[in-house]
Write a protein that binds this ligand. Structure first.
Ligand code: GAL
Ligand code: CA
Length: 348
């Protein structure tokens, strides 16, 4: 890989950068050369799924790199600001990162980051928040690792349909329809929009009659979901029979709301999530969440590590299974109480 700056220059910048407050990452700052630096920029450090994904990335990278190579991972949290992330990417490149893994804040706004990477010949592996295809086509040093949102929503709907068909208690008021609410992720996020659409599509395909009471946006966040759910319960009370949450943290937040409002367990509606985070899987195990859809963080982190190492070594990219050009999509899987223990073991 051709680089415009020398290692020495990078080390100098790194020494200076180490003096800046960088949100808890200072101890990761490299001082010596001979190592490979991987910069990771992600949209928000309060995101449970991404934190678990990044833990898996670090450990798989270590397992895969072998004795001949040493990598240092430098992580930056954009705290929800694209401008902050643009600056962080600039800083990571100046610090001598050889590869970047970027989880965009605004998936529609990667142009500054792409320009910087291309000028400096630092490849980017985008992950989880998918840039639009035209942006990914801008340069052949751009990759994407994620999953197909359609699949996760559809599977969530199938899980809900399985339960509704077998358990007549779900339709509490016995009117032949399922009254439901949706807890949505972020506005403009492909996973939120598409999951909300396809979950309903799957239920409708199975001939289940639905009545949407309302929806709330809770930004993937447990505390926000709890708050929004309290509002929904205040408005609709025991009319709510089904809660479809775009992710596990929001499903758990919905349950927190019922607990806080002193509902008895028998009065809870059925709740479904997506992700299979540690807490989500445990809630499935404890029968608090009726089911979730596994967002394969180990598979995604593994693909990121494999691409990063292949780019660093200058070989092995042909072993990566790209579905479309430079993109890897890992399949989702349905999780219920019947198979949850398998997934609890998998997430390490
Ligand atoms: C989704 C995931 C959410 C959240 C979001 C962040 O794929 O299900 O929990 O992590 O990505 O972009
Ligand atoms: Ca009903």
């Amino acid at each position: 890989m051709k680089r415009k700056r020398t290692r020495a220059a990078a080390a100098g910048i790194l020494a200076a950068a180490a003096l800046l407050p960088l949100g808890g990452c200072a101890k990761e700052e490299p001082e010596a050369s001979g190592k490979n630096y991987i910069g990771v920029a992600y949209y928000n450090q309060s995101d449970t799924f991404l934190n678990e994904l990044l833990d898996s990335f670090r450990s798989q990278l270590k397992d895969m790199q072998g004795g001949d190579m040493e990598t240092v991972v430098m992580v930056r949290d954009a705290a929800g600001s694209q401008r902050t992330q643009d600056d962080q990417v600039k800083e990571l490149i100046s610090a001598g990162c050889d590869i970047l893994c970027v989880n965009l804040v605004d998936r529609a706004d990667p142009s500054e980051i792409i320009d910087l990477a291309r000028e400096n010949e630092v490849p980017i592996i985008f992950f989880n928040r998918e840039p639009v295809a035209e942006d990914l086509m801008q340069w052949d040093g751009l990759y994407y690792v994620g999953a197909e949102a359609e699949q996760s929503g559809y599977m969530q709907g199938e899980l809900a349909a399985d339960l509704i068909e077998t358990d007549s208690q779900v339709d509490r008021n016995r009117d032949g329809k399922i009254q439901y609410v949706v807890l949505e992720g972020e506005v403009g996020h492909q996973d939120a929009i598409i999951r909300t659409e396809t979950v309903v599509e799957a239920l409708t395909d199975r001939g289940i009659e639905l009545e949407k009471l309302s929806y709330q946006i809770a930004n993937w966040n447990r505390a926000q979901a709890e708050n929004r759910m309290e509002q929904l319960i205040g408005q609709y009370g025991s009319q709510i029979e089904l809660v479809l949450a775009n992710n596990d943290d929001m499903a758990l937040g919905a349950l927190d709301a019922y607990k806080n409002m002193n509902y008895t367990e028998a009065a809870y509606p059925v709740v479904f999530g997506i992700d299979g985070t540690k807490a989500g899987l445990e809630a499935v195990m404890d029968s608090e969440i009726a089911g979730t859809v596994y967002n394969d963080k180990e598979g995604q982190a593994g693909a990121m590590a494999r691409i990063a190492l292949a780019l660093l070594r200058g070989e092995g990219l042909e072993d990566v299974e790209f579905q479309s050009e430079r993109c890897v999509y890992l399949p989702y899987e349905k999780v219920t109480k019947g198979n949850v223990s398998e997934y609890l073991m998998r997430s390490r």
